[in-house]
Design a protein. Structure first.
Lengths: 413, 244
């Protein structure tokens, strides 16, 4: 089981990670492994995923032991720990005062009681203990080959912060347009927006403001602003530059921070363009029946509660989407999905199989539809073998962290 | 209709931003009147129970290094635009370290006030930020409601005490009562009074000057009752706009 300890200043960074992930969803997975402690979060419409992996070196002490199940497939059981953000966020609220007052913080789990215990040993002999119950649930994980993206930008958080100021909090989506000469961050033109009432802003940033600037293909991607802000506040705490990896519209983008002590990755879905560009591999169509069954098959051995939710999710949301372009979808009814992307993303969960562009179905009447691609998630499962025999190279598939290390071409988060 | 102006001085930009912030806090929408030598912000809140109406005039040459405008027609050489005040103040907020700020009236599918800022960033490469603020052009038949209000002849006119002091007093008083009584005379005396069933509080100010009115100096007082919250808000905004 998990047992780790950290100092006051480490608690601050840990708390900032939790706060950043809280912008993605209301649930947090605590996923320890020998690689370190990973905090994961996925939003309900599967269009944003965040993972912060703290390496064992980050902590003052880090112990993780597994209990090996004695069954045929020799599974290693993970700590399937899902916490509600509402329970854990208040514990890490006033980070500045935590940093000042906390001398040591210990986190350990008691899986027999499904509890995570967080102990703060503060100054003046004060000790604070929080017992947080967790739900047994297998964490989700995304595989995203960020090094294969044609465009990579590395930027200091300060520059992004200046760009963020431009946009109001009511602005939900932001477009990043790049050419080899410059980068433009601008308000996204949403079809459903009341254009006569909102300000359109744009900011051009020259290549010399970036620590690393590599643009392979001119592109414009649109993504949700809220998650970007979360990542930004976290990066300001770690003082590390942010790397942005992206490709064409529709393919997810990655925001990452890579440091010796931790690795943070936020994968966000981007708005897909029209299907007019048939030749380019932007196939993000949902071939619902076919893919849905694949989803289920490939996850048949994996954590059932997650998978069945996925399947339900797809079938439930698939239908009303087609009318998107004609009607202005009721934002209020979709808001409970926790993200504005849902109005487009509903049902468009795709595996993004690059090799199977030709197989995808043309979505009927889709000429004016703009869709988001969602990343497909699978439960973190130890039954990998059938997955990798699968004919598709999925952009994002279920995987278990241990098994994946052996399959060098994919990096896991 | 054309409008184009450029602002390069940091202090002018700062002042313009403060004025815009003040407007944004007082009302959601405001009217911007552009004429050859002035810029006016007009708020006319015709609320039944009293409300604030405001007329703010800026001499354009005190702010802008370049200013060109062409009104609706030669006889009516003015432009009246309605906009959401917060949009302008927010756009100006991003211009804090700007080298230059340009404002112009554009038509991008609908009329906009385009604010473009030339920022001097830390790494010394210039960054350009543009904001397109949607506006509505107010037709000429509605202009008569947006003219400079005539201030009625005053019986008493007095210079207020230091705004900061007055604001903090009004702030404390607003916790006790909703209405404030202002009494003033031509001897430079001003009283701020609140009266409730339980308590009556008066603050007396003496030796305030009186601007010349051309009236004989009589020792009678004038009494006016105002809504304290509105007064407080006005004082606060005036303070933030003009006080350094």
């Amino acid at each position: 089981m998990l047992k780790c300890g950290m100092s006051g200043s480490q608690v601050k960074v840990f708390g900032k990670a939790i706060q950043a992930l809280s912008r993605i969803s209301d649930e947090l997975w605590l996923d320890p492994s020998e690689k370190g402690l990973a905090l994961r979060s996925v939003n309900s419409c599967r269009s944003a995923y965040g993972c912060v992996l703290f390496s064992p070196v980050f902590f003052q002490q880090y112990q993780w032991s597994t209990s090996v199940k004695t069954n045929d497939s020799d599974t290693i059981s993970n700590l399937n720990c899902k916490l509600g953000m509402k329970s854990i966020l208040p514990i890490f609220r006033c980070l500045n005062s935590l940093e000042r007052n906390v001398e040591k913080c210990k986190i350990f789990t008691r899986s027999d009681k499904c509890k995570v215990v967080i102990q703060f040993f503060c100054r003046h002999g004060i000790k604070r203990i929080h017992n947080v119950c967790f739900q047994e649930s297998q964490p989700l994980q995304v595989i995203f080959e960020k090094n294969m993206c044609s465009n990579t930008l590395v930027i200091q958080p300060r520059v992004l912060a200046e760009a963020i100021v431009l946009f109001t909090s009511s602005q939900e989506e932001v477009t990043l347009a790049v050419t080899p000469l410059n980068v433009c961050i601008k308000s996204a033109n949403e079809e459903s927006m009341d254009l006569t009432n909102s300000v359109y802003s744009e900011m051009f940033v020259g290549p010399d403001e970036f620590d690393f600037f590599q643009i392979g293909v001119d592109t414009e991607i649109t993504f949700c602003f809220k998650e970007l802000k979360g990542m930004l506040t976290f990066s300001e705490a770690t003082h590390a530059p942010i790397a942005i990896h992206f490709d064409f519209p529709g393919k997810p983008m990655a925001l990452s921070i890579d440091d010796m002590l931790l690795e943070a990755n936020f994968i966000l879905a981007t708005l897909a363009d029209e299907p007019s560009r048939a030749s380019s591999p932007q196939s993000l169509y949902l071939s619902q029946k076919r893919k849905r069954s694949e989803l289920i098959d490939s996850n048949s051995e994996a954590g059932k509660n997650v998978t069945s939710k996925d399947a339900e999710y797809i079938s439930r949301k698939a239908v009303p989407k087609r009318l998107y372009s004609e009607t202005r979808t009721n934002i209020s009814s979709l808001e409970n999905c926790g993200s504005p992307l849902t109005e487009r993303a509903n049902g468009d969960i795709s595996e993004v199989p690059e090799s199977s562009v030709s197989d995808t179905e043309e979505v009927p009447g889709s000429s004016y539809l703009r869709k988001f691609s969602c990343m497909f998630f699978g439960a973190v499962s130890s039954d990998q073998r059938e997955h990798f025999n699968h004919p598709f190279h999925s952009l994002a598939t279920a995987s278990d962290s241990e098994e994946d290390v052996n399959n060098g071409s994919f990096s896991t988060f | 209709m054309k409008f184009r102006a450029k602002l390069v001085d940091a202090a002018c930009l700062n002042n313009f931003t403060r004025v815009s912030n003040m407007i944004a806090k007082l009302a959601k929408t405001c009217t911007l009147r552009i004429s050859p030598d002035k810029l006016n912000f007009v708020l006319s809140d015709k609320v039944a129970n009293g409300g604030v109406s405001m007329w703010c005039e800026l001499e354009q040459e005190n702010f802008f290094s370049e200013f060109q405008m062409e009104g609706v027609s030669a006889e009516n050489n003015a432009i009246y635009l309605e906009l959401t005040s917060e949009n302008l103040s927010r756009a100006l907020k991003t211009a804090q370290n700007a080298r230059a700020l340009k404002i112009k009236l554009t038509n991008k599918h609908f009329p906009c006030l385009t604010v473009s800022v030339d920022l001097l960033s830390v790494s010394s490469s210039s960054r350009v930020v543009t904001h397109d603020i949607p506006v509505k052009v107010i037709p000429r038949k509605l202009w008569k409601d947006l003219q400079e209000p005539t201030v009625p002849d005053a019986d008493v006119s007095i210079y207020l005490p230091v705004l900061k002091t007055m604001k903090s007093i009004v702030e404390k008083m607003k916790n006790i009562s909703n209405h404030l009584i202002i009494e003033a005379n031509l001897n430079g005396e001003l009283n701020l009074k609140i009266e409730t069933e339980l308590v009556c509080v008066t603050t007396h100010f003496k030796d305030l000057g009186n601007p010349p009115l051309g009236l004989p100096k009589l020792c009678w007082k004038n009494v006016v009752e105002v809504d304290i919250l509105i007064l407080f808000l006005i004082l606060e905004e005036m303070l933030s706009a003009f006080h350094r």
